[in-house]
Each structure stands twice: as structure tokens, then as C-alpha cells.
Design a protein around this ligand. Sequence first.
Ligand code: M6R
Length: 339
Amino acid sequence: SKEGFEYYMLKEIYETPEVVMDTLYGLKNDTNIDKIIDKINSSKRIIVVAAGTSYHAGLYFSLLLQRNGYTTIPVVASEYYNIKTGPDDSVIAISQSGETMDVIMAIRKFKENNSSIISLTNVIESAISRESDFKIYTRAGPEIGVAATKTFTTQIAALTFIWSKIVDKKINFESIGDVIRSSLDKSGEARRIGEELAQKENAYYLGRGISLPLAMEGSLKIKEIAYLHAEAYPAGESKHGPIALISNGFPVVFVNTGEFTEELQSNVQEMKARGALTYGISINSTLNTHKEILLKVSDENLAVFALSPIIQLIAYYAALARGNNPDRPRNLAKTVTVE
Ligand code: M6R
């Protein structure tokens, strides 16, 4: 049941604090984790393979590890044939359903090359977990809305946890529930931005570093349920072409984890100078956009957990403003079991 929420999508976004904590609890008590960490640490390369929203979680994880000097290759599952893996490589396959055919085909091919397969799925003993050498799970519970919401945030929680183990970094996971709740408290602001975007034909979502996968996820979500044409770009790259589209009132949404505030501020100025209507979702410091949701997070490693529900809420309210049912977007299935 929707428990008083108008749609499953909203209910599921509001379940995020709890299911993220369940996921972390599950991983802390998972006796396989140490073996998985050793496996990753002794691999030559880490191939991260997934589709859609799960790919964005995978890209986030890949970027985190690259900063620590690991060689990671994020792969969109349906493009698996471009990658030649070997026995020294580990593959991390991420899939909420655990049944996505593109991911299954990719891991079968990587297995033929004797690479180790580690899966992260939300369904115990799913097809993907059955075909993998090591299995880990998110604990988001069933997700009814076609758009992935709480499952995405549990994926990034699981991947942040694994990253912190791989690189031996202390993160204040105790505060993660509060970080997500204080972000949900800004839903009124997210609603106003969503309703404004719903009036537009196109939008850019820009980010830099870790905020790029969040920008990509924000643009996927608003395309998927609000049917608004949105494109995500690395903010710095936007001046190499995309900026040509900017004219008076063109909306540009900036996503800032706090690590590249100055660079993003100057991208905001470039966009404003050409008439863009700028929005910011920013951690700890202002980007000087026309409209901004400013979120305070004391451990910036947890910034993504404040940003994730906001980009989802913006898409949700944009979908409602356009009269769409966000739980059942047209042309989409919850699980894509065909190639
Ligand atoms: O079950 P999976 O995580 O493997 O699904 C992958 C994509 O099909 C999925 O994330 C899709 O992009 C969602 N509808 C996004 O909201």
C-alpha cells in the first residue's frame, strides 16, 4: 500500500533513510566482505558494469576508486563487447533487480575470460547473483515505482561502504540517516524547482567529479518520468559545445558535492552571462545560482546522500506538474529482461 502517499515513488523516496541504514547494517555483518575487499585489492583492474540508474551508481564508485589510484573501467552493460577482461580483473555488476539481460550477457562474457564476478543486487539469489562468484546485497526492499529511487541511494551507500573498506577510510556512517532526512525536509524547495522545470522544453544538468553521476541521474530521472528533455554534462565540458544552446531562460541545474565549488561557480557565471536560468543543488557553499537548495553536511563523503533524494524529488514534482503518473512512465518496464 502507498501508506498515505499519493504515489509509490514518493513513498519509496521517503523510505530511503531507513533502507540505507538497513543496507549498511547488512554489509557490516556480511562475513564475505573481507574476502571481496581482498579480491578487489589484488585485482589489476576493476570493471564496473551496470545499466541505467545502476550504471550511475557504478560510475560514482569507479570515480571514487580512481582517485585512490585504482584502475577502474565503468561499462554501460549493453556495450560490454568493447572490453577485453582477463583473470587478473574483477568485475562488479550492479543491478537492482538482478535480472537485467544486458548485465547478464556482460558478466557471462567476462566470466569466459576468467575474471571474478562480484554482484551487488537488491534481490537475494537473483539471476545475476547466481551467476557471480561473490554476492552482496542492498536492502532497499521491493521497489514498485518504475523509476529507481531508494534502490539507487542504497547502491551508493553500499558502494561507499565498500570503497571505505578498500581504501581504509573512516566515514561517519552513523549520521547518514540524518543527512538523508534533512535533505527530505527540503522537499518544498525541490517541488518549486520541479514545477519550474516542468514549464520548459529542455534542461542541462551539470556536475564535476563525484557530482557528475548525480547530474546524470537527475537528468535520467526527469526524462524518464516528466518526459522533459534533459542532458547531463561535465560542467567544464559544457563550454566545448553545449553552451551554444543557451539563450534567455534556458534552465541549467548545477549539482555540487562541495569539492569543486569554485569551478562550478565560474561555470554558473558563464551560463548566467548567456541568459541561462540557473539552479543549484549545493552542499555547504552557495553557487550563486538564481535559485538554490543549499544543504549542510558535515562529512562531505556523505554529500551524495543529501543530493540523491533532491534530484529524485525534483523529477517527481516535475512529473506531477505535467500531469504524468510517475509510477508508470510510458514505454518503460521496471526490469528489462531482453537484450
Ligand atoms: O534492475 P537494474 O538496476 O539492473 O535496472 C537497470 C535499469 O534498467 C534501471 O536502473 C532503469 O534505468 C530505471 N528505470 C531508472 O529509474
